[in-house]
Design a protein. Structure first.
Lengths: 110, 114
C-alpha cells in the first residue's frame, strides 16, 4: 500500500542553521514526490517536485529510491521558512491519487 | 491567474444537521479533488473528479457524504447528517490533468460540528 511518513510533527531550528525535514514513502514502482507548504493564513501550495529537480526558496529534495526517502533540505534557515510542510506522493499505481504525510511544523527561531 | 475558490470560509453546525460546500476550480482544470483535513493530520482524499466523472470515491463515506461536479466545472460537497467527527477543514484542489500535475488548493472550509 502507498504511504507517506513524516516522522517529526514539530521541528525547531535557529536562523542560519541547516534544516532537514524527513519524508519516507512506500510505493511499488516509480512515484512522483512533492513537497507542499502552508504558511500562516495562506493556502496549501506546491514548494517543489522531484521531477523538476529545482531549488525553490533555497530548498532542495533528492529522491533516494534505495532508502525510499525524499527529505527536504535547506542549508541556512530563514524566519520566513516557518510553516507547515507536507510530503506527498502520487503515481500511476495510486489510481491518480495524491497521498499526503501528516506534516511537519517548522519553526525558525530568530 | 485566478485561484481555486471555495465557500463558505467557516461553518458551524450542530450534529445531525446538513451542510454544503462549494468549489470553483481554476479555469481549464480537468481534475478536481475534495480533501478532508482533520486537525493534526495530512489531507485525506474524499473524492476525485475528472471533468464531470468520478475517478475515485473509495474513501467517501457515502452514507452521509455526497458530491457532484455538474458540467465539469463547479463542484459541491454535502454532508447529511453531520457527525461530530466530521469537524475538519475541507479542501478543494484542482489540477490540469492528473496525478503528475501540480495541485492548486483553495483556502478551505473550516467546519465545526457541535
Amino acid at each position: 500500500a502507498q504511504r507517506v511518513t513524516q516522522p517529526e510533527k514539530l521541528l525547531s531550528v535557529f536562523k542560519g542553521a541547516p534544516v532537514e525535514l524527513k519524508c519516507n514513502y512506500s510505493y511499488s514502482g516509480s512515484p512522483e514526490l512533492f513537497w507542499y507548504v502552508q504558511y500562516s493564513r495562506q493556502r496549501l501550495q506546491l514548494l517543489l517536485r522531484h521531477i523538476s529537480r529545482e531549488s525553490i526558496k533555497g530548498f532542495t529534495a533528492d529522491l533516494n529510491k534505495g532508502e525510499t526517502s525524499f527529505h527536504l533540505k535547506k542549508p541556512f534557515a530563514q524566519e520566513e521558512d516557518s510553516a507547515m510542510y507536507y510530503c506527498a506522493l502520487s503515481g500511476p499505481n495510486t489510481g491518480n491519487q495524491f497521498y499526503f504525510g501528516t506534516g511537519t511544523s517548522l519553526t525558525v527561531i530568530p | 491567474e485566478a485561484g481555486v475558490a471555495q465557500s463558505p470560509r467557516y461553518k458551524i453546525i450542530e450534529k445531525r444537521q446538513s451542510v454544503a460546500f462549494w468549489c470553483n476550480p481554476i479555469s481549464g482544470h480537468a481534475t478536481l479533488y475534495w480533501y478532508q483535513q482533520i486537525l493534526g493530520q495530512g489531507p485525506k482524499l474524499l473524492i476525485q473528479f475528472q471533468n464531470n466523472g468520478v475517478v475515485d470515491d473509495s474513501q467517501l463515506p457515502k452514507d452521509r457524504f455526497s458530491a457532484e461536479r455538474l458540467k465539469g466545472v463547479d463542484s459541491t460537497l454535502k454532508i447529511q447528517p453531520a457527525k461530530l467527527e466530521d469537524s475538519a477543514v475541507y479542501l478543494c484542489a484542482s489540477s490540469l490533468t492528473g496525478w503528475n500535475e501540480k495541485l492548486f488548493f483553495g483556502s478551505g472550509t473550516q467546519l465545526s460540528v457541535l
